[in-house]
Write a protein that binds this ligand. Structure first.
Ligand code: C2O
Ligand code: CU
Length: 640
């Protein structure tokens, strides 16, 4: 008899004779087994491609479970229950071993496999089945229950197995691309790997950053040189910066130089401009610091987790010929307390909740605010910081490291900062009393068990604190009408060679990367399926970024600087504004331009890294360039 005949017989007989000792327990365990079978069969194609033996094993296991599901109904017996319980336990044990110690027969023997959504779902189904087999062994099911009562008692199991089967097979059928190239090589293309800094005689500033796991503030953290934030790197415009990353982490990593215009091969994006640096290895980055300003660095491998774990620091490029008269120059990284745990965690500035900075009356102070907020856990997405400076009039000297033209003095205003963005505040200390940076807060708790909202502040100087204000009522700093106009090539451009729209189309539940979760989309697609922006060297490019979603998205470009052309269709009336990330609020539309003068393959993504990992990530591809690196489950590279 063929398998399908067996199934038909079984069905016919069960419908005929519900009183043969098969009740809801048997039907339930059959359904659970069937759902697990479906997940294993759905996962088989990916495994066949990855490692043939695994593929066969999954096909075999899936078919065996399907046959068992039928047999349980057709021929239930104590013997079958005993055999099924043992078999199920063996499958669970095998899975546990493959996820903890690794297996001797594997693509890489004794290397644990990653835990995924489909395999957890199947294992939970098997665990429940195992318990049911034991129950069936303990007490024979009561005889002679009516069709209706059996059906009713089976309904919860039917719903659970249908849902688990749907989610598990859906996830298994949409695996992460094994090795995706953002720009595959062609016969004449130039590899981005060749786009390194040309040799030169600039003064060298050399650093070593050792990435390792440690504890910071009693929490597990991944650090550069043992601290969170990592060491502040200070260089001078025109320096040749040479940084060696020594990876002592248990995972591969990389360093990206956020906001810095540098050759593509030094950009530090795993799977795009290099392979992630494996544990135990090191990698040296080298570039000439072209622009002065406030920048920062962070991992660009599994970024949403590695940055949240603590892998970030400030990079300050002093202007050549000496900084303007500043007595105190402080970089302030705004971040969450690192650690992998659910919820939001504590908001900190340079690792402290209540930072105190020295400054004397009459001194000029520069505060370089850097928003490095990335939290792990549910709902931890896209908190926009609204720092406010109290106690002294100040100017916003620069945004994203780029000076503003003739910035005016401001009173207390909320300066909106999205993740990745920077603002440099310059002020003179008052004759008496301290100055305070306030308004910094973590996300609102979403779930009852999330930690309470936390705040953080910075006090500069000694003496009485400035009077507190109702921050929510303060005006919002408007970058479109601040400072004075000045010449700018892009603001004067009458035509653009490339004119593209980027629609931030929100997100929703989706099967993606072998899991079921929330996808965030650009132009209705999620990475890696978003068509790149294609440019040629020398092009003037204009992008219109329109946010149709309910959240703010700081859209960040690598290797280039945006000139803001307009917000909500309104051109700027103040200083030209140059940013590497634009904070596009819900319903807003921003026009930005840039010169395509730095060939390579460059990331363009939302800097809420949860969103980027959810799919809000794409590339700007120069014609004639390709990358030999790939991202995806088999590549070892996962840039977001
Ligand atoms: Cu701050 Cu793609 O990075
Ligand atoms: Cu976003």
């Amino acid at each position: 008899m063929s398998a399908s005949q067996v199934a038909v017989h079984a069905l016919a007989r069960t419908v005929e004779s519900p009183a043969r000792g098969r009740g809801a327990l048997v039907y339930s365990v059959s359904l659970f087994t069937l759902a697990a079978a479906a997940i294993h069969l759905a996962a088989a194609p990916e495994h066949l491609a990855e490692y043939v033996l695994y593929g066969y094993f999954f096909v075999g296991l899936g078919l065996a479970q399907a046959a068992l599901a039928v047999a349980l109904i057709a021929q239930p017996s104590r013997r079958l229950f005993v055999g099924s319980a043992i078999g199920t336990l063996l499958v669970i044990a095998l899975w546990t071993a493959s996820r903890t110690t690794g297996l001797p027969i594997a693509p890489v023997p004794w290397r644990p496999e990653a835990v995924g959504f489909p395999d957890v779902t199947a294992t939970v189904l098997e665990g429940v089945s195992y318990v049911f087999f034991l129950l069936l062994l303990r007490k024979p099911e009561p005889r002679r229950r009516g069709h209706f009562r059996v059906a009713l008692a089976t309904t919860p199991s039917l719903l659970i197995s249908a849902l688990a089967g749907f989610l598990g097979t859906g996830a298994a059928l949409s695996p992460m691309a094994p090795a995706f190239s953002a720009a595959p090589a062609t016969a004449s293309s130039i590899s981005v790997a060749s786009l390194v800094a040309p040799a030169g005689g600039e003064p060298v500033k050399a650093f070593t950053l050792t990435a390792r796991a440690t504890t910071v503030g009693g929490q597990p953290a991944w650090t550069y040189d043992g601290t969170v934030p990592g060491p502040e790197l200070h260089v001078t415009q025109g320096d040749r910066v040479r940084v060696t990353l020594v990876n002592r982490l248990p995972a591969a990593s990389s360093i990206h130089w956020h906001g810095i215009v540098l050759p593509n091969a030094e950009d530090g994006v795993a799977g795009l401009t290099q392979n992630a640096v494996p544990p135990g290895a090191s990698f040296t980055y080298e570039f000439v610091a072209r622009d002065a300003g406030t920048y920062w660095y962070h991992s660009h491998q599994d970024t949403s987790h590695q940055l949240a774990a603590g892998l970030f620091g400030a990079l300050i490029v002093e202007p050549k010929g000496g900084a303007p008269a500043i007595d105190r120059d402080y970089s302030l990284l705004i971040h969450y307390q690192p650690g992998y745990r659910p919820g939001y965690g504590t908001l900190l500035v340079n690792g402290s909740r209540d930072l105190h900075l020295a400054a004397n009356p009459g001194e000029t102070v520069r505060l370089r605010l850097i928003d490095a907020i990335e939290a792990t856990g549910m709902g931890a997405d896209g908190q926009v910081e609204e720092p406010v400076l109290l106690g002294a009039p100040y100017a916003i000297a620069a945004l994203d490291g780029h000076d503003l033209n003739q910035p005016q003095q401001l009173g207390p205003e909320r300066i909106f900062l999205g993740m990745g963005q920077r603002a440099d505040l310059v002020f003179k200390m008052p004759a008496s009393g301290s100055v305070r940076l306030t308004g910094l807060k973590s996300s609102q708790p979403l779930l009852p068990w999330d930690p309470k909202q936390s705040t953080s502040s910075v006090t500069i100087g000694e003496g009485p604190a400035p009077a507190a204000l109702d921050i929510a009522k303060l005006p919002r700093f408007d970058l479109t009408s601040y400072g004075l106009p000045a010449a700018d090539r892009l603001l004067e451009a009458s035509r653009f060679d490339v004119d593209k729209r980027i629609d931030l189309t929100g997100g929703g539940p989706a099967f993606r990367n072998g899991s079921f979760g929330f996808a965030d989309t650009i132009n209705h697609a999620a990475a890696p399926n978003i068509a790149p922006i294609r440019v040629r060297s020398g092009d003037l490019v204009r992008l219109r970024v329109v946010n149709h979603s309910q959240q703010s998205h700081p859209i960040h470009i690598h290797g280039h600087v945006f000139t803001v052309l307009a917000r909500n269709g309104q051109p700027l009336s103040g200083s030209p504004v140059h940013l590497d990330a634009i904070l596009v609020g819900p319903g807003e539309s921003w026009d930005v331009g840039f010169v395509a003068d730095n060939p390579g393959i460059w990331m363009l993504h939302c800097h809420v890294l949860n969103h980027a990992a959810g799919g809000m990530s794409m590339t700007v591809n120069y014609d004639g360039y390709s990358t030999p690196f790939t991202m995806g489950s088999q590549s070892g590279n996962e840039p977001e």
